[in-house]
Design a protein around this ligand. Structure first.
Ligand SMILES: NC(=O)c1ccc[n+]([C@@H]2O[C@H](COP(=O)([O-])OP(=O)(O)OC[C@H]3O[C@@H](n4cnc5c(N)ncnc54)[C@H](O)[C@@H]3O)[C@@H](O)[C@H]2O)c1
Length: 464
């Protein structure tokens, strides 16, 4: 069993630290954010992930996992260092590698000679090679080991990955990394560092593309009278396609897909390569948010003090993370258009408050809906499926519900008196000429890496 230092105690760093300790390694995790560190030292999880807090307490008690604010302390005697710091989008959509550079400076003179440095942070192709050149005088081998876990099931995904990717140029170091993971059953791919780095960006671009494609098709379904849920189920049964990432609605978001897509566009443009498809994927996604705003705007037409209740702030269920959340982008847009906004989320309210202080946060969906002209269901939390919608209807001033995740029973809600709006369902009585009334949320990403159009997300990232 090995000594491992994990740098960064976020979603990826904590999952890595806990799971490697679970596999029997002795793990020290270094974190620079004081509040987060203090919570971790008391055995409390600073983020919401199933199973995390229980594992933190148990492994810390067993002295297999510890947390520190000192890089020197964390690195003492380890054979592996895992870099898991954040790599947010820069102002032009490029990858901001400054956290990686800071972390490398912090570990620089203390990383043990002859040890292996694993890069789990998502970084542009070529970054690992550059780091390897810098580490060579210390005889540290650098391996690109991208992470593919999903927030909301991070520990489970880490322990049961679809594959383990090990990119490097030293057979001995790559084998050592494979041994680090022994106990996890998954195909292992040996490749160059650059292929490992590209594979990570490509995977996220591909996932985003699937959703944008289905959303574009959803628009065609609305006009042709087809139902996108039925279409998705049918094409998802095709083994060449598969059922995941085929849900129509507000589109993709989160801490990774938006920034990784713009980063790939930036990389393509720096090498003078085409990125037309990647840009289209991005534009279609913005269009989905605009579509939601359009339906909500109609609900407010002619109303004094128009208001919208937003159900769901996290970018997806089972996480408190609001980075890249469609809900936040839409709320920012509604506020600019003079709407009053109330909101509920089972887990993300504390995080949302710092990014969007000017809305009213409610402890349940019913209080959020009270007096509103429209409800937007933005995150598919299971609890929203079973709400008493008749009660919500009575509490609202208007009757529009925009189901941004195609989650609810549309015919039941229509019978209950709602003006139910979903994505990719046949258009019955909606006016088709309203598109022109809506101004765009953001300019499409520019060639050469434009803004990711998400000021709320960037603001949050800076605060972290
Ligand atoms: N979140 C995901 O689902 C996911 C999945 C796969 C890959 N990734 C990639 O993994 C990386 C980390 O993502 P995340 O979501 O865990 O980020 P995060 O923001 O949740 O966590 C990063 C942590 O690193 C800490 N940190 C920053 N600089 C540090 C330093 N010098 N020393 C010690 N700690 C430092 C931060 O304070 C923060 O707690 C990113 O490159 C991301 O793209 C994320």
């Amino acid at each position: 069993m090995a000594g491992v230092c994990v740098v960064g105690a976020g979603y990826v760093g904590l999952a890595t630290a806990v799971c490697l300790a679970e596999l029997g390694h002795s793990v020290s995790c270094v974190e620079i954010e004081q509040r987060r560190l203090s919570l971790l030292r008391h055995g409390c999880a600073p983020i919401r992930e199933p199973g995390l807090e229980e594992a933190l307490k148990r492994l810390s008690r067993a002295a297999r996992l510890r947390f520190t604010g000192s890089h020197t302390d964390a690195l003492a005697g380890v054979s592996f260092t895992v870099l898991a710091v954040n790599t947010p989008a820069g102002s032009r959509g490029e990858t901001d590698t400054s956290f990686v550079e800071d972390a490398l400076r912090a570990i620089g003179n203390h990383i043990p000679r002859g040890s292996v440095l694993l890069l789990k942070s998502t970084v542009p192709p070529g970054t690992g090679d550059a780091i390897a050149a810098k580490m060579a005088p210390r005889a540290v081998d650098v391996v690109s080991n991208p992470e593919f876990l999903r927030q909301g099931s991070a520990l489970e995904d880490f322990m049961r990955p679809d594959r383990i990717v090990i990119g490097g140029d030293s057979e001995a170091a790559m084998r050592a990394v494979q041994r680090l993971y022994s106990g996890i059953r998954a195909p292992v791919y040996y490749c160059s560092r650059r292929s490992a780095e590209m594979a990570k960006y490509t995977a996220n671009a591909f996932l985003a593309a699937r959703i944008s494609l289905i959303n574009e098709v959803a628009g065609i379904c609305e006009s042709t009278g087809a139902d996108i849920n039925e279409v998705s189920a049918i094409i998802g049964a095709d083994r060449r396609i598969g059922p995941a990432f085929l849900g129509a609605g507000l589109g993709w978001g989160g801490s990774c897909l938006p920034k990784d897509l713009t980063a790939l566009i930036d990389t393509a443009s720096r090498y003078g390569r085409s990125h037309d498809m990647l840009e289209a994927v991005y534009r279609v996604n913005i269009g989905q948010r605009e579509l939601a705003c359009r339906h909500l705007a109609l609900a407010g037409v002619g109303r004094e003090d128009p208001s919208v209740a937003v159900l769901g702030l996290a970018f997806k269920p089972n996480t408190g993370d609001i980075r890249g959340s469609p809900a936040l982008e839409i709320i920012a847009h509604l506020l600019e258009d003079g709407f009053r906004v109330t909101a509920h989320d089972p887990a993300a309210i504390d995080e949302a408050k710092s990014a969007l202080p000017n809305i009213r946060y409610c402890s349940d969906a019913y209080s959020a809906a009270r007096g509103s002209d429209a409800v937007l269901l933005a995150t598919e939390w299971e609890t929203y499926r079973t709400l008493d919608w008749n009660r919500i209807r009575r509490l609202m001033r208007g009757n529009t519900i925009v189901d941004g995740r195609n989650l609810l029973d549309g015919s039941g809600l229509t019978e209950a008196g709602f003006n139910y709006v979903a994505f990719g369902k046949p258009v019955a009585n909606r006016s088709k000429g309203d598109a022109e009334r809506v101004r765009p949320i953001a300019e499409p990403v520019a060639a050469g890496g434009g803004s990711n159009g998400n000021s709320a997300t960037r603001a949050t990232e800076k605060q972290r």
